[in-house]
Structure formats: C-alpha cells, structure tokens
Design a protein around this ligand. Structure first.
Ligand SMILES: [Zn+2]
Length: 73
C-alpha cells in the first residue's frame, strides 16, 4: 500500500489516502472527501514514503551497484 496526500479542491483540506496503485501520473482524481462528505476533485500533492519501502529500495540499488561492478571488472 502506498500513502498519498490529497488536497480537496472544494474545501482545500489535505488528507491521506492509502491505495495500492500509482496516483502520481493522474495529477487529479475524483474521490470521496471525508470533510465535504461528497465526491470532489482532489489534487495529488505527494507520495508518503514508508520506511519499509525505503529500506527495500536501498537493497535494490546496492544490488544494482554490485552488478555494475561485476560488469565493469
Ligand atoms: Zn473537501
């Protein structure tokens, strides 16, 4: 699951949505706003990185570096 900060364009409040897909490419989504209590347009403000995900990404990048080292030598 990825957490996203959404800003409701109707009330201007930001809140966090957890979804399993990538919202970054969408820019704007039509979604239920818990403050307006209705469906409104939301701006995707940013993605919240989880500590666990960062650790995994770190492992992947170090693996890639090792591979590069093998190829170059
Ligand atoms: Zn709202």
């Amino acid at each position: 699951m990825t957490k996203w900060v959404l800003r409701c364009t109707r009330c201007g409040r930001t809140w966090i949505l957890e979804v399993s897909f990538d919202l970054a490419s969408m820019g704007r989504i039509y979604h239920y706003c818990p403050y307006c209590r209705r469906n409104t347009f939301h701006e995707v403000v940013k993605r919240i990185e989880e500590d666990e995900e960062e650790a995994q990404q770190g492992e992947y990048s170090s693996l890639a570096q090792r591979r590069q080292t093998v190829v170059s030598s």
